[in-house]
Design a protein around this ligand. Sequence first.
Ligand code: ATP
Ligand code: MG
Length: 410
Amino acid sequence: MFAEIIAVGSEMLTPQRIDTNSLYLTAELNGLGVEVASKCVIGDDRARLAEAISIASERSRIVIISGGLGPTEDDVTRDATAEALGRTQSFRQEVCDAIEERFRRFNRRMAEVNKRQAFIIDGAEILPNDRGTAPGQWIDTGQSVIVLLPGPPHELKAMFERECRPRLERLLPPQVICTRVFRVCGIGESDLDQLIAPAYTKYGNPATTILAAPNDIHVYLRARCSVETEAVALLDELGSQIEALLGDRIYSRNGDPLETEIGTLLRACEATLSVAESCTGGLLASHITAVPGSSDYFLGGYLTYTNRMKTEMLGIDPDLIALHTDVSEAVAKAMAQGARHRSGSTYALSTTGIAGPTGGTEDTPVGTVYIGIAGPGGCAAKRFQYPGDRERVRLMAVQSALDLLRRRLL
Ligand code: ATP
Ligand code: MG
């Protein structure tokens, strides 16, 4: 079953405000087994809104409209809905009384304009609002259900929970949506797609979505079935094919980021970690310490941006830097060894590179990063060449460093 969401409010067509109600509603609908097929934001414009509602109610079984139920001239949702459905509205004294009573409770007098909120579309069920003045409305046309909910998120959530979810449960055939996510690094988005497309294109259900962040790809599988065991079986079937294709490039199956994974691995072998950072400027340590409890295994780091600091803080021979330059395999290794030696950690990671946009040379173009690792198994460094701007290069380097450690720990 498909639903459609319309967020009403001109403020959400400015750069300052975004529609978050639809994210909440989507999560709730998915939980009920309903897919959101489309959503949109419409300004406080009665004609445009009426047009959108009329189109939505023709093609979707469920249409949820949020906002624009207030008392002022720019609150046009009631009128637009009535127009789209070709229904009239009538003033309901009991709704007006309830609004008036609410004002009295807060020692205020109801303004005349609030009477507008007591107009109910003919045939609609009234959804009481215990957090605000505007009641919601539930209209079942037979062909579709149109739900009007207030815009303020806490009002909308309370009303959805109490009034809409039970009604939707009665309306819907038993259906569940189960999801699985694989997080992957060390492969580009298009390479990954080429690799797993032969598996997932065989399936319409589960549906597969690939979302890419710098050196961190999320592969989402969503299965829709009438019972949970069926959905899980489908996820297992496609999931195992994807796992076989991606192998150890999958670093997480529960949505956790790489820094959480390496935390788990370090804890399991009671090992500690330190870092020596140049081009990532503390970003690597920042990611590692974003994980609660990281003090169990993370000792600290050396932020050595200049050659002098590399020598003073990590004990690197200035001749080695002069011979190889600071962005080199030799220096990345020496940084990791220096951090490990000086901190006494089991493992150490290092980064040195050129994040750009300037500073590249022919041999070492912008985007070149050497990542070093030192540990009980010895010391190594790897050269990476990343595309993209400074921020992206730095983020990719952090991911690569964490992944290098993960592979060492596996
Ligand atoms: P009110 O009686 O408060 O006017 P309303 O139903 O008319 O209720 P709106 O005026 O559309 O609601 O919105 C009130 C406030 O709720 C907005 O200023 C905004 O902060 C928030 N809001 C409205 N719609 C959304 C949305 N889709 N996502 C997040 N916040 C929203
Ligand atoms: Mg309003």
